[in-house]
Design a protein around this ligand. Structure first.
Ligand code: NAD
Length: 248
C-alpha cells in the first residue's frame, strides 16, 4: 500500500481503445491504496472502469475528459478535489497511436495539430491544471506515457512522443521548486491484440522474445509514482523487451 492516502488521475483510462494501458495503470494505483480518478474522452467507458475498480473495495470515480479541452481538464481536476480532496499523482496516458498516426507526409496540417494536441500539448495542460492542488499538498508526481516509438521511426507518432520526452524534461525543471517530479514511461508494443505475423516480426526485434503485457509496465509505474523514485526526475524509461537498443 505504497500510495495509501494519495489521489491519482489517469487520463485515457476508459479502456475503449486497443491497448487498455490506462485501465491497467488505474487498477495498479488503486491496488497500492490510491483513490483514482479514471478519465477518458469516452465518459461511459471511464465510469465502467471506475465501477470495476470500486467493486474491489478501492476508491475510484469515472469522469469524461477530452484532454484537448481546457474546460474538461478543469472539470476533471475539480472532480478529483470534490471527490477525494485534491490530486497527488497525474498519469498522462491518453494518446493517439497506430494507423495513420504512424505516417508523416500524407497527414494534413490539421492531422499533425491533432496528434500533437493530444500526445504532446495535453500532458502540459493537465500538469498545469493539477499543479496548484499538488503544491497545496506538499508536492506531487507526474508520469507521462511516452513510447519506444519515440526512438523508432513511426511518422507523426514518433514526433509527438519524442517531443513528449522533451516535455518531461522541461516540466521537471519548471516544477522543481514545487516538489513535483515528472518522469516518463516508454513502453514497447504490447502485442496482445495484434495479428500473429505482426507479433512475430516485432518479437524478432526484441532481445526478450516474448510478447509484452501491460502488466510488465506496472512495476515501473508504481516505482515512479511512489517515494521509491524520490531521487529521479525528468527521465523517460524505455521498457520494451530490448527493442529500442536498435534505433531503426
Ligand atoms: N499499447 C501499446 O502497445 C503502447 C505502446 C507504447 C505506448 N503506448 C501509449 O500508451 C497510451 C495508451 O495507449 P493504449 O495502447 O492503451 O491505447 P488505447 O486506445 O487503449 O487507450 C487510449 C485511450 O485514450 C483515449 N483518448 C483518445 N483521445 C483522447 C482525448 N482527446 N482525451 C482523452 N482521452 C482520449 C481513448 O478513448 C482510449 O481510451 C498512449 O499514450 C499510447 O501512445 C501504448
Amino acid at each position: 500500500m505504497r500510495l495509501e492516502g494519495k489521489v491519482a488521475i489517469v487520463t485515457g483510462a476508459g479502456g475503449a481503445g486497443v491497448g487498455g494501458l490506462g485501465v491497467v495503470y488505474a487498477r495498479a494505483l488503486a491496488s497500492e491504496g490510491a483513490a483514482v480518478v479514471v478519465s477518458d474522452i469516452d465518459g461511459e467507458a471511464a465510469v465502467r472502469t471506475a465501477e470495476s475498480i470500486a467493486s474491489t473495495g478501492a476508491q475510484a470515480i469515472g469522469v469524461r475528459c477530452d484532454v484537448t479541452s481546457d474546460e474538461d481538464i478543469k472539470a476533471m481536476v475539480k472532480t478529483s478535489g470534490d471527490a477525494f480532496g485534491g490530486v497527488d499523482i497525474l498519469v498522462n496516458n491518453a494518446g493517439l497511436a497506430r494507423g495513420k498516426w504512424s505516417e508523416a507526409l500524407i497527414l494534413s496540417a490539421d492531422e499533425w495539430m491533432e496528434i500533437l494536441a493530444v500526445n504532446t500539448v495535453a500532458p502540459i495542460m493537465c500538469a498545469k491544471a493539477c499543479a496548484e492542488s499538488m503544491r497545496g499538498r506538499g508536492g506531487g508526481v507526474i508520469v507521462n506515457q511516452s513510447s519506444n516509438g519515440a526512438l523508432i521511426d513511426a511518422g507523426a507518432y514518433t514526433v509527438s512522443k519524442l517531443a513528449l520526452n522533451g516535455v518531461t524534461k522541461v516540466l521537471a525543471d519548471e516544477f522543481s521548486s514545487d516538489n513535483i517530479r515528472v518522469n516518463g514511461i516508454a513502453p514497447g508494443v504490447m502485442t496482445a491484440k495484434l495479428p500473429e505475423d505482426q507479433v512475430q516480426r516485432l518479437l524478432a526485434r526484441q532481445t526478450i522474445r516474448r510478447p509484452g503485457q501491460p502488466e510488465d509496465l506496472v512495476g515501473l509505474l508504481l516505482y515512479l509514482c511512489s517515494d521509491d523514485s524520490s531521487f529521479m526526475n525528468g527521465q523517460t524509461v524505455v521498457i520494451d523487451g530490448g527493442m529500442a537498443r536498435i534505433t531503426k
